[in-house]
Design a binder for this molecule. Structure first.
Ligand SMILES: [Zn+2]
Length: 232
């Protein structure tokens, strides 16, 4: 059994292997999707998608045929702050990838676009989705919970006030942990091994014992990704 669950990690960008973690490995583009497929193993699920930051330079068609072979879709979504592609093109890529991954979990990036991304998921009848590193509006959390979607909490929760506010307000049955590993944030390379510290912080912050929190997150992970805990 795994103790720690990484619902969003750019595993192909990391140079190390991480034992004891069940990892959902996202990709950004065609190349990282191919690299991520080569990392598939008992503890690594493969996500395929074009990230909103890559939409302006990536071909949609060839990624759609890869999505069919993936365990889940991602990292996909919308970014109204940093992406170079216009909104309309981002939406087109997001929707086409959702459709290609029918029935699979959608791992969503939605910076400054939380509500639009949520509406697109609902409109396309998506049953399983994760809003990664959620820092969106608190009042959207209720809708996310009602839809049965999840948010993932990043280790930055130990200092990011906005993220702490989310943790305080979200229902724990909709919470996962993530590292966003491979991504550098404030001069530090994020990695799955940051998750134990995040769990300790969350446990103190919420006043819930660590083992209980880990159990909840483990159940949520299996529910979200549709993997059978018995086989893991
Ligand atoms: Zn990411």
């Amino acid at each position: 059994m795994y103790k720690y669950f990484d619902a969003h990690c750019h595993y192909s960008y990391l140079k190390k292997k991480y034992e004891g973690y069940l990892i959902a490995a996202v990709s950004m583009d065609y190349q990282s999707a191919m690299d991520t497929f080569s990392l598939k193993s008992d503890n690594v699920l493969v996500g395929v998608g074009i990230h909103p930051w890559r939409v302006h330079e990536e071909d949609l068609t060839r990624i759609l045929s890869l999505i069919i072979k993936a365990d889940f879709v991602g990292e996909v979504g919308l970014d109204y702050r940093f992406a170079k592609a216009p909104k309309e093109l981002q939406i087109k890529y997001f929707e086409e990838q959702i459709k290609a991954g029918e029935g699979k979990l959608i791992n969503v990036h939605a910076l400054d676009a939380w509500k639009d991304a949520f509406n697109i998921l609902v409109k396309n009848d998506v049953k399983s989705a994760i809003f990664h590193w959620y820092t969106g509006p608190i009042n959207l959390l209720k809708d996310i919970e009602s839809a049965g979607y999840f948010i993932s909490i990043n280790p930055s929760v130990s200092f990011q006030k906005k993220h702490q506010e989310v943790l305080k307000n979200v229902d724990l049955k909709n919470v996962l942990t993530e590292s966003d590993g491979g991504y550098e944030y404030r001069g530090k390379l994020l990695e799955p091994s940051d998750i134990p510290n995040a769990i300790s912080f969350m446990s103190n912050f919420l006043g819930i014992e660590e083992y209980k929190l880990v159990r909840i997150i483990s159940n949520n992970f299996f529910k979200a990704y549709g993997v059978n805990p018995v086989n893991n």
